[in-house]
Design a protein around this ligand. Sequence first.
Ligand code: ZN
Length: 246
Amino acid sequence: MRLGIFSDVHANLEALEAVVCAYQQAQIDRYICLGDTVGYGANPNECCQIIRDLAGLVVLGNHDAACSGRLSTEWFNAAARVAVERHRRMLDTTHLSWLAQLPYRIELDDMLLCHGSPYQQEEFPYVLDEADVEAIVRHGAARQALIFVGHTHRGTAFIFRQQPALRIWEDPRTILQISPDNRYVLNVGSVGQPRDGDWRAAYGIFDTEARTFELRRVAYDVDAASEKIVRLGFPLTLSERLFVGL
Ligand code: ZN
């Protein structure tokens, strides 16, 4: 089975449509969204609708939790907080109710699906480095071989064994072969607001039979997405950063 796994759409309709279109050429059997459908961008309702129609499995992101009243915005930066508060008013009640019931984690075969780290998941910690992976192992926060995450907006993979001799996947443009001898934290990057210096939308594909994981990028109409953010009167940084992918 080929799984289309993506995250952090952040209300960027143009990026989401480009990713859905690219996935249609990739023989995907099932779609999984790792959270943060809303926050930052101009089209929260449209993105919620597409993901509700497309993805059978969706987990809760911190912006989803904040919009639906499950998480305080006190740790959000000023621009993020403005967008969350506006989205709360823009969103249809049906989408707010949907966001409000999303789970923090989903366990599926040998996979764990989570927005941030599964360790202290309700606080949405990032998985940024070896120490963050070690915390997951040390506290037994996941028993699965494959932990799929988003949240940092940077596609990467941490490869480890039970006692971490940890290796980081150096080149996310290559296809990663999953070994039964290792465990993995696989970050699928961000559809709607990448932060790895590449402005194009990121999306992941996991082939459960070939045991391969790959990250792909697709260009989208960043001018249109950015202009709508400006028109809504959101902080300019939210539109400008889309062009540089940071
Ligand atoms: Zn995010």
